[in-house]
Each structure stands twice: as structure tokens, then as C-alpha cells.
Design a protein around this ligand. Structure first.
Ligand code: AMP
Length: 388
């Protein structure tokens, strides 16, 4: 097998796809305008702007299938590629997932619960929506926001002018949405895959912790009741079916008072699924490649318990992780920069208490007890048999 897979975007997700493609004999290449896109350390990169039609045409001619490590490729570019080569997920699925308003509207149509939201197109509209949805609430860009960027939290009515000053100028370019603030107890993600033939599989539900809007830690399987986990997977299945989705995606949800509320969908392999590299029978990266190539999907069965810790801004001493039995190290080959995801670690154990102990060691060695606190508390409860 030497299928050629083109990936739009050449960051760490493309890099991990490339690694997963090696044993399968696949040839990956990426398309990315950045001079320092880290997947290029492993596979060839077409360096051009995402709207460079001539470069897109050449890329399409050199690959058998196109997929994405980045959802904000312009819809017109995805359409142009799809005119000459199979593109998965489809440009339509990508377009829905690019727009918070379109995806929340679809969630509602599919009966997937969401918190209140409103499209915002003016300062007066923002005032009305704040009155309707109540405070606190969050003003977000509809498109091109990620990792908490393009968001403004409103706590008091006095914040309306500041929120509009911060994001109002972007209303014409990326659109704005106001969302009711969800006082959640937990954040969870379904990471799932759907094949070209419609076969659907999901990994166990993952619980996530964020720091300043950026994922900091994940734990899988999440310590939640079977009913909640089943509901979450059912939401993801219906979403994927309705979009005729092909590939891996993540559906991020809040848990408030035992109820799921959908936040957003990511139409690609996702940070909340990085643990699957070592913690599942088949990783999200391998299954994504299998899906877009029309190959049979692999088992998503977990191997014990896994916790993933993100390295944001700078990378710590690898020995801290490599000393731990079940510790796995990932360095994306990126330079340090505040807020940038530069690597991650996965710790995997069959026994939840052993994983909690290992996380405590790592938190202490890094001087970051905060980073492991959430997963340790959940694992401790699981080990004691305390129901979620
Ligand atoms: P997002 O870019 O929508 O994934 O938001 C990043 C993070 O901000 C989420 O993972 C939450 O921790 C927080 N957040 C976003 N939207 C809301 C909301 N409506 N209510 C409460 N927290 C939110």
C-alpha cells in the first residue's frame, strides 16, 4: 500500500498522522503557509497560502485523498480541492464545524442539548441578547477562534461596551455569537470516527481540564456513569450521520448537574484524543487514516487508564515522564512561545490508583501539582469505587 494522503495544515496533528501512517506504508504530505510548520520535519510540505488556487491544484494532483489537521481552511479552497480529489471530511461538514452558529443550530435540530446562544450583528443586538440570555455570558467569534482566543466573558451589564470594543470590529469578517455561561462541573469529549461506509466507532469518553481556555489535561475513560457516556456517544453518532462525516472528530460537551450540553465540534483528530496513541488498541491518528482511505476501522478499546498532560509554551525535562512506568513522551519539534502547544505526555496504567500515584510524582517533579489535580481526584474516586 502506498496511498498518498494530503493534509491541509502541517502542525502537530499532521505530524502525528504522519507517524501513524509509517507502519501502514502511507505517503503523507502537507499544505501549510508557515515556514516552521512542524510536520515538515517528517514529511514534505507544500508551502503556500490556503487560498492559492494554483498551489491547491498542484497539491490535489499529487495526492489520492485530502484531509485536514486544521479546520479553518477556507471553504472555497476545500471545495476547489474536492472538485479533483476525494476530500474527507467533506467541505460541507467542515463549513458547519467552522462556524459556531451553524454547528449550534445543527445541534439543536438534532436534539443535542445546547446552552442558550444568539447570533450578534450589532451593539444593540448584543444588549438585547444579554438581556435575554442573562449574565454571565460569553461573546465569541463565530469563525477562526480556538483555544479560548476570540472570546470575551461578560460578568456585568457594564462589560457590554468593553466586549463590543474588543470583538465588535470583527463582526463583519468572522461574525459573533453570544453564549450563556455554563456553570459546568465537568468538560468531556467524545472522540469518534466514521468510515466511508458509515461505520461508527468511538473511544471511551474523555474528561478534560483547561487552563486559560487551553486544554491542559485529559483522562480516559472518564469517570462518568454509563448512561451519560452512552448519551454522549449517541449525540456524536447522530451528528456524524447527519453530516455524512468521514474521519475522526471530537464533540466537546459540558456536564452540568448530570446533563450534557454540547459546546463545539472539531472536524479533525483532537487533542482530547492524544491519549489513544498509547492508551487504545487503535489510535485516533491511525483510525483517521483508515477512515479517509476507506479501510476497515480498528478497535477503539482502551488499554487500562490513560492521562494526557499538555506542554504549553515550553517543554519540561523529558526524564520526569520517562522515569515513570507507563510514561510516554511527545515533543512536537516546535520552538517555545507562550500559549503554544509544544508537546504532551501520556501516562498509562492498568490500575487507576497506580496512574494517580504516577501523576502525583510528575506533578511534584514539575512543581505543577495544579496540572494533575483534576485527574488525580477522579482516579482516586474510581480506585475507591465511588460512583461518578
Ligand atoms: P471553546 O473555544 O468554545 O472550546 O472554549 C474554550 C473553553 O472556554 C472551554 O473548554 C470552556 O472551558 C470555556 N467555555 C467556553 N464556552 C463556555 C460557556 N458557554 N460556558 C462556560 N465555559 C465556557
Amino acid at each position: 500500500m502506498s496511498a498518498r494522503v494530503g493534509v491541509m495544515g502541517g502542525g502537530q496533528l499532521a505530524r502525528m498522522l504522519a507517524v501513524a501512517g509509517v507502519p501502514m506504508g502511507l505517503c503523507l504530505s502537507t499544505f501549510d503557509p508557515a515556514a516552521d510548520a512542524c510536520a515538515a520535519q517528517l514529511v514534505p510540505q507544500h508551502r503556500a497560502r490556503f487560498d492559492d488556487t494554483e498551489a491547491l491544484r498542484r497539491f490535489a494532483a499529487e495526492v489520492d485523498v485530502v484531509t485536514f489537521d486544521f479546520e479553518n481552511v477556507p471553504a472555497a479552497s476545500a471545495e476547489a480541492l474536492a472538485a479533483s480529489v476525494p476530500v474527507y471530511p467533506s467541505p460541507r461538514a467542515l463549513a458547519v464545524a467552522q462556524d459556531r452558529l451553524a454547528e449550534k443550530t445543527l445541534f439543536g435540530e438534532l436534539g443535542i442539548p445546547v446552552a442558550g446562544f444568539a447570533n450578534i450583528d450589532s451593539l444593540d443586538g448584543l444588549r438585547d441578547a444579554v438581556a435575554r440570555l442573562g449574565l454571565p455570558c460569553i461573546l465569541k467569534t463565530r469563525r477562526l477562534g480556538y483555544d479560548g482566543k476570540g472570546q470575551f466573558r461578560l460578568r456585568h451589564a457594564d462589560d457590554i461596551d468593553a466586549a463590543w470594543a474588543a470583538l465588535g470590529p470583527q463582526v463583519g469578517s468572522v461574525g459573533l455569537i453570544l453564549e450563556a455561561f455554563v456553570a459546568f462541573q465537568r468538560e468531556v469529549s467524545v472522540v469518534a470516527v466514521r468510515g466511508r461506509d458509515g461505520e461508527f466507532r468511538s473511544w471511551p469518553l474523555t474528561e478534560n481540564w483547561h487552563d486559560a481556555g487551553i486544554l491542559s489535561a485529559s483522562l480516559a475513560p472518564a469517570a462518568v456513569g454509563a448512561d451519560l457516556a452512552e448519551q454522549a456517544v449517541d449525540h456524536a453518532r447522530r451528528l456524524a450521520q447527519s453530516l455524512d462525516y468521514v474521519g475522526v472528530f471530537a464533540l466537546e460537551m459540558f456536564v452540568r448537574d448530570g446533563q450534557l450540553l454540547a459546546n463545539e465540534m472539531a472536524p479533525r483528530v483532537h487533542n482530547a484524543g492524544h491519549w489513544t496513541i498509547e492508551g487504545a488498541e487503535t489510535s485516533q491518528f491511525e483510525n483517521h487514516l483508515r477512515a479517509v482511505l476507506g479501510l476497515p476501522l480498528g478497535s477503539t478499546r482502551p488499554r487500562g487508564y490513560s492521562a494526557m498532560l499538555n506542554w504549553i509554551g515550553e517543554i519540561p525535562d523529558p526524564a520526569v515522564i520517562l522515569h515513570e512506568p507507563g510514561g510516554h513522551w511527545h515533543d512536537y519539534g516546535k520552538s517555545s512561545r507562550p500559549g503554544r502547544k509544544v508537546g504532551h505526555a501520556t501516562l498509562r496504567h492498568d490500575d487507576p490508583q497506580a496512574l494517580a500515584d504516577s501523576l502525583l510524582n510528575v506533578g511534584a517533579a514539575l512543581g505543577r501539582p495544579d496540572l494533575v489535580r483534576g485527574p488525580v481526584a477522579r482516579l482516586g474516586a474510581s480506585a475507591r469505587g465511588v460512583p461518578a
